[in-house]
Design a protein around this ligand. Sequence first.
Ligand SMILES: NC(=O)c1ccc[n+]([C@@H]2O[C@H](COP(=O)([O-])OP(=O)(O)OC[C@H]3O[C@@H](n4cnc5c(N)ncnc54)[C@H](O)[C@@H]3O)[C@@H](O)[C@H]2O)c1
Ligand SMILES: O=P(O)(O)OC[C@@H](O)[C@@H](O)[C@H](O)[C@H](O)CO
Length: 380
Amino acid sequence: MKAVHFGAGNIGRGFVGLLLHEGGYEVVFSDVVAPLVAALDAAESYTVHEVGDGGTDRVVEGFRAISSAESPEAVAEEVATAQVVTTAVGPTVLKFIAPHVLAGLRRRDPAAAPLQVMACENAIGATDTLAGHMREHAGADWEQLSARAVFANTAVDRIVPGQPAGAGIDVTVEPFYEWAIERGPFGESLPQIPGAHFVDDLGPYIERKLFTVNTGHAAAAYLGARAGKDRIAEALAEDSVAAGVAAALEETSALLVAKHGFTPEDMTEYRRTILGRFRNPALPDTVQRVGRQPLRKLSRHERLIGPAAQAVERGLSADGLLAVVDAALDFRDPEDEQARQLEGLLADLPPRKFVEQVTGLEAEHALAGPVEQLVARRRG
Ligand SMILES: NC(=O)c1ccc[n+]([C@@H]2O[C@H](COP(=O)([O-])OP(=O)(O)OC[C@H]3O[C@@H](n4cnc5c(N)ncnc54)[C@H](O)[C@@H]3O)[C@@H](O)[C@H]2O)c1
Ligand SMILES: O=P(O)(O)OC[C@@H](O)[C@@H](O)[C@H](O)[C@H](O)CO
């Protein structure tokens, strides 16, 4: 069995590649960073170091790596004969992956079992997004080519921090992981991924993950950055940050209980586990990594505006989430292109235009006014 995985970064090597290997797949990594591809292709194995309680070392072997920038034909050939394609590149990069998967489908034997495609990004419906880009590229051929693949959305959860310079291809991760995958598209032929669970309706799982793990993480990052902290664990040791994170997560939990029927007890336990993971002292995770790409994180259906908008639509409180949005507006990182753009947009756009362009909130939405006030306050 063979899996082609696009994006050999932190979660690609530290989670997706590892579990595919443990499921018995030969993993072919594809990335655009030449030294990373060369190092992976030259190596016989790499080690995933799980740090913190219950962690152990896991070794990944039997993989190869190909550059999609330098050898797109070779990548298409691998996709054509693979059983599985996964991605972990970031939601905004999926449009660049689509032509490669499509080129593989064009070469695929129409009689072969359908290619099982799963995007593993922090976004709702990421696999649908990838399939949508493929459809645009395929044009009139889509009906014929799409019959050669099945597309399943997923929710992946494991904290994989940025890796220290000189760590090579080994990866340090937390021991915890969860991978929920839509069952329906596969019929009777589920991919072999140990530890993954297949669910009939992914909606509640992806929203619970994105609006708890990622909302809480973003809250710790933005409130922590404002408090001058560098690491997520250090940020949560600060009472004001911990209280801000707790307030935001009380609100998202109330939404998830109302919308998806999770019990308040389930959500209390879920939050407890997650906050324990964020506090893992062995995990060198930073506010810069977790706060990265603030424009994406402030967009309409993402971890802050998404649950806050839904909360106010239901008459629930969103004050804690708004406090995190306020801190997100202050997030600065000269190394992060979106953080630089955010600063520019705050200076250049009138508050109402900023809200429309950055958050996508409709002018008449009950959340638009409060967010506009946060922006306006910065204009003096
Ligand atoms: N790190 C985590 O804790 C974590 C956990 C769950 C989900 N995720 C999600 O996984 C995705 C990747 O996150 P990450 O932390 O591994 O980021 P990362 O930056 O470490 O890895 C992304 C990789 O994608 C590669 N890439 C970029 N453009 C590409 C292209 N056109 N073709 C092929 N490869 C390309 C990059 O070179 C990089 O190696 C994101 O959507 C993120 O939200 C991350
Ligand atoms: O990857 P992002 O930028 O969407 O979010 C940053 C972190 O919150 C995220 O990577 C978490 O570590 C991960 O989602 C945990 O499962």
